[in-house]
Design a protein around this ligand. Structure first.
Ligand SMILES: [Zn+2]
Ligand SMILES: [Zn+2]
Length: 377
């Protein structure tokens, strides 16, 4: 009887440790600005190789150019079935994609892969497409007679520069109090969670929406998690830099961050020696904009601009962002016209627990369970 109990106990321990080992996702979180200089060469950004296409010309074939076409397809600039393999030819479709991209990002519209255009293309950015269902509401959508899509009128609302998703999805009227929860497998520290709370507060300050953290991941309106590579929603992450995060339009509520980034939780990130350091709050404020229904804006100062450089902090809502969110949800009567939410700072010695450590502990636990099991029985 006693042996049976021990056997059951062992099986139970194994199941628990096995499942927890697999649901824990390691994320690279730095509680403060890393001041150390990494040894060796820094990891290449996901799109760095595109810089080699500087000066490439229409009508010529270049090795690997199909990868750039995949990039443009991902962000909505080339409409093709995903299963279709692109050629390496610099064709009309690529030239049109470049022109539309240049309009959206306030670049000279040349249709060529000039230095300024490629410098913009390789910047880390949000994974949400700029053009959804073939229609852009960024700059290029405002010049409907010159777009390559031939729509008689833009489908997006183009008041100001902000954009909303097609169909203008938003959280239902009357539902002012929204909840959010963190993916339990990440086991985030309080310091990390507070960054998201501050990011939410920036949006609630200018509207009447409120955001409250809840323990129940399954029932929360918004679900936040760090994931690596292919994580089951058809939008795989790509490692260091490249795509940083993505979020879905209302009322889906999913907000995913690439666990492979070097996320910095607090401090003056511009002073970081780590070239791949990404400011967590900046990305959180942007993605929450998507969760609430905003699309990308061509205004470079706006939170909803699609790209952000590494070692850059941008957390204050621009006028364009405020107009956008108030277009969807109305104003906050107590909002005085300027955003004031300040970023929380943590002591540099306050070391949050890295998720890699958590993963390692569970691996050790599993190992010990197996190593000592014959002696238990
Ligand atoms: Zn975005
Ligand atoms: Zn995802």
């Amino acid at each position: 009887m006693n042996k049976q109990f021990q056997l059951l106990n062992l099986i139970f321990t194994f199941i628990i440790s096995f499942s927890l080992t697999f649901i824990v996702v390691s994320a690279r979180l730095f509680p403060d600005v890393p001041s150390w200089i990494p040894s060796g060469t820094p990891p290449a950004g996901a799109w760095d190789a595109f810089r080699n296409f500087t000066g490439c010309h229409h009508g010529v074939k270049y090795d690997g150019l199909s990868n750039l076409k995949n990039y443009f397809q991902h962000f909505g600039y080339i409409s093709h079935a995903p299963q279709l393999n692109f050629s390496d030819n610099f064709d009309d479709a690529l030239e049109n994609a470049i022109k539309t991209y240049q309009k959206n990002f306030n670049l000279n519209i040349t249709g060529e892969l000039d230095d300024n255009t490629l410098r913009q293309i390789v910047l880390p950015r949000c994974g949400v497409a700029d053009i959804i269902n073939g229609t852009t509401a960024m700059n290029a959508g405002k010049e409907k007679e010159t777009t390559s899509y031939g729509h008689s009128k833009p489908k997006f609302h183009t008041l100001s520069h902000f954009t909303v998703f097609p169909g203008q999805p938003r959280w239902p009227e009357g539902k002012q109090e929204l909840t959010y929860a963190f993916f339990p497998g990440n086991d985030l520290s309080k310091t990390v969670k507070s960054v998201f709370a501050t990011a939410f507060a920036r949006w609630s300050e200018v509207t009447t929406l409120t955001f409250t953290e809840t323990e129940s991941y399954s029932s929360a309106d918004m679900k936040i998690g760090f994931f690596e590579g292919d994580h089951g929603d058809g939008e795989p992450f790509d490692g260091s830099l490249g795509t940083l995060a993505h979020a879905f339009s209302p009322t889906n509520g999913r907000f995913h961050l690439d666990a492979a980034e070097d996320w910095v939780v607090s401090g003056d990130i511009s002073k970081s020696s780590l070239p791949t350091a990404v400011d967590l709050e900046s990305v959180a404020v942007h993605e929450i904009g998507h969760l609430l229904g905003l699309g990308h804006s061509s205004v470079e100062d706006a939170i909803m601009f699609p790209t952000i450089s590494s070692r850059m902090k941008k957390v204050v809502l621009a006028e364009d962002d405020v107009r956008g969110i108030q277009y969807l949800y109305g104003t906050n009567p107590s909002y005085n016209g300027s955003t004031t939410t300040s970023s929380p700072e943590t002591n540099s010695g306050n070391c949050g627990r890295s998720l890699t450590t958590v993963w390692s502990l569970w691996s050790l636990f599993t190992f010990l369970t197996f190593a000592f099991s014959p002696f238990v029985l």
